[in-house]
Design a protein around this ligand. Sequence first.
Ligand SMILES: *Cc1c(COP(=O)(O)O)cnc(C)c1O
Length: 410
Amino acid sequence: MKTKPTGPIPGGYEVMDGELAIGGRTASDLVKSAGRTPLFVYSRAHLDRRCEELRAALPERIGINYAVKANPHADVISHMAPLVDGFDIASSGELAMLERAGIDAARVSFAGPGKRDDELEAAIAAGVTLNCESEGEAQRSLAIGQRIGKAPRMAIRVNPDFELKGSGMKMGGGAKPFGVDADRVPDLARTLIAQGAEWRGLHIFTGSQALSADAIIEAQGNVLNLAAKLSVEIGASLPKLNMGGGFGIPYFPNDVALDLTAVGKALHAYVANCPAELSDTELCLELGRYLVGEAGVYLCRVIDKKVSHGTTYLVTDGGLHHQLAASGNFGTVVRRNYPVAIASRYAAEADEVVNVVGCLCTPLDRLADAALLPKADVGDLVAVFCAGAYGASASPAAFLGHGPAAELLV
Ligand SMILES: *Cc1c(COP(=O)(O)O)cnc(C)c1O
């Protein structure tokens, strides 16, 4: 049977007693601790190492924000708190998660279209920076600030006229529900300042999941130039500029990891030659999957092994209700295989071609097609890598009533 390649397994995972080991513990030991499969395991060592690599590559002047929507698990948030400078949230639910973790609202900014009045009020009352998405939202924020007697801290999210080339999800350029079109930003900024908002600057997010350093470098140059130009037109300096992020991770065969060194070098040069208008501006990147994606592994158990018309299926107790992205149903056009392995036979030779599927009664529930893996049987554990971002919280856990997976930070 023809095989389909699987994506590259991220670095930092080891073999122990013939099994996949995460954080120095075997997959079966981790499952025993959690008490069940399916299970997401997140590795502290991976989170630490990624942040260290970023700090080493980036100029000191550029801060790192964590985009909480990538992985809002309470233990992950707490672990990230001392590693990053700020947090980007996209709902008052995420704000509540940060508050439970004891994170100072002064470190938090809130972007996202369709912020409800109650969400704006919670954020303004707490002192979170609002990345304002429209003129209408600006007026509602100012009115709520007046009503509760607190000046809202406000930045404007800009919809730029350029985009991050080659990004998996385009979020800037042309008509978008995100941000305020760049040519209307100066007027809105002046209105906010005149009406007593605490002016916090700009947020320019141009895209996501880019693996090309050149594309990211080009977008960041454009972001800095646009911010400088807008600052002049506004007639006020920018206290802060959130430059976006878009750093991608390799998920699929032939994906090549982002050249962080090249991006860091370019950012050093940009900072050294920073437009004069931005000389006092605090700069930050906002990263989600790049910080947490490779730190997560989804473990599920083989429940059945069967053959249909010559094709062997490993039927697991996991599936798209926990790992929608790996099934190919979260923003992908052509389904390709994520990195997968038989966790309980990690050291064994790959000698069987199988389709790994989930337990949901839909043909969409595929975890790997025609993958060449070690021969596995009922009871074995399957690992799907790159599960640290947009996994547990971005999948339809209620679909078919199997319920959520367990989650463990080790
Ligand atoms: C989703 C999102 C991010 C994080 O994207 P990643 O691809 O996970 O890095 C950052 N900023 C904004 C505004 C977002 O919407």
